[in-house]
Design a protein around this ligand. Structure first.
Ligand SMILES: C[S@@+](CC[C@H](N)C(=O)[O-])C[C@H]1O[C@@H](n2cnc3c(N)ncnc32)[C@H](O)[C@@H]1O
Length: 213
């Protein structure tokens, strides 16, 4: 049996072993996520969490914040949720789902913060709408954020970063804290799996905060 098949075979029991941290019916939580996290100061969403190093590190480092992590690939998500289970984190939940369905999962103004880390660059111009920082996605994020809420974006891809800055301005976000050298900026940082790979290659990391007016 191939490794790929074995992995698929184990996926369901591995997910079931982390059931308490999975939100299987996210639409049913719409408008009521905070009830899962009594006493937390902020509710944040991470889009495309992958294998979840950032998710677990952020939840651990910011216990006053509740964090919901979204990922559409179950084989990646299972690794993310296992990290949180192994650390006994209680301020994080995971959704297997798609950024295209965010309006089904969250109510207007429900979120304080959205993290987008190293989203797929979709470099061809005709694919621009698929970028998770395209203005159509940013308009959805703006509607889900409360006034003053923030999108925090990181990438190593300079053209994607430039595109994101333009799109954020077009979507009426204020743009703050732009750095093209995160490591040298002194900004506290929790790295992602992709970030570690890009840093090992010597690629500078770009980061910006888009604030809803
Ligand atoms: C390049 S990886 C980055 C993963 C992680 N954020 C990191 O920095 O290591 C992009 C991730 O976003 C996920 N993704 C892409 N489009 C998505 C969408 N529309 N909804 C949910 N997840 C998505 C992919 O499955 C993948 O895990």
């Amino acid at each position: 049996m191939s490794v790929r098949m074995r992995k698929k075979k184990n996926l369901i029991p591995r997910l079931e072993a982390c059931e308490a941290l999975l939100e299987r019916e996210p639409a049913g939580r719409k408008g009521a996520w905070r009830a899962l996290f009594p006493g937390k100061e902020r509710l944040a969403l991470e889009i495309g969490c992958g294998k979840g190093k950032f998710t677990a590190g952020t939840a651990q480092g910011e216990p006053e914040q509740a964090l919901v992590a979204l990922e559409r690939v179950p084989e990646a998500l299972v690794m993310a949720v296992e990290k949180a289970r192994d650390l006994s984190l209680s301020n994080v939940r995971y959704i297997i789902g798609d950024a295209d369905d965010l309006r089904e999962y969250f109510a207007e103004g429900e979120l304080d913060r959205i993290y987008v880390n190293f989203c797929d660059p979709w470099p061809k111009k005709k694919q621009a709408k698929r970028r998770l920082v395209h203005r159509e996605y940013l308009a959805v994020y703006a509607s889900l954020l409360k006034p003053g809420g923030e999108v925090i974006f990181k990438t190593d891809n300079a053209p994607l970063f430039d595109f994101a800055l333009e799109e954020a301005a077009a979507a009426s976000f204020g743009i703050l804290g732009v750095t093209r050298d995160l490591a040298g900026s002194g900004i506290p940082n929790v790295t992602t799996e992709y970030e570690e790979k890009f840093m090992a290659l010597g690629n500078p990391i770009h980061r910006a905060v888009f604030r809803r007016g």
